[in-house]
Design a protein around this ligand. Sequence first.
Ligand code: IMP
Ligand code: MG
Length: 175
Amino acid sequence: MTTSHPGQELILSSDQIQGRVQEIGRQITRDYQNKKLVLLGVLNGAFIFAADLCRAIVLDLEVDFIRVASYGASTVSSGAIRLLQEPGIDLAGKDVLLVEDIVDTGTTMAWLRDHFRQSPARSVRVCSLIDKKERRTVPVTVDYPGFDLDRGFLVGYGLDCAEQYRNLPAIYSLK
Ligand code: IMP
Ligand code: MG
């Protein structure tokens, strides 16, 4: 694997990502002692982050995935969100941690957070590898942010552009 690709600028190396994932895992491990943690990864973007994060948490936990559809241009989400895939496990009395790749405008995560706060889950918090805080149009607090970044359109480590680049171990900005 080369570390630079034509037309892409390296933003986060694999080592930087792995180091931060371990830190977040330790923080979640401390915060969720004696709780019933369910990691709910948002497909497809969060599949790699969720896979690494769950292995950095030293607790009994459950992992599941949801899939959302949003309507709008490819790099901008519109306000209309719906769940294409519901969690397959019972959330009643559980402590749900939504795991996202990127919270950008906040549209998707605000909708998800409100949706699961209306579920029988005991608590709902948000973890996102990347928090594009400055771009928020809908208020959402990321309880566990990986990196605070606003550096263009990012790909790699699960993040795609038209379904490409998800397999890159590092994160790049498309030029
Ligand atoms: P939001 O609803 O505007 O917060 O958009 C969040 C979703 O947009 C994320 O789950 C990503 O799938 C996608 N997204 C936002 N920014 C990027 C990016 O830089 N690269 C890849 N996907 C992105
Ligand atoms: Mg996504």
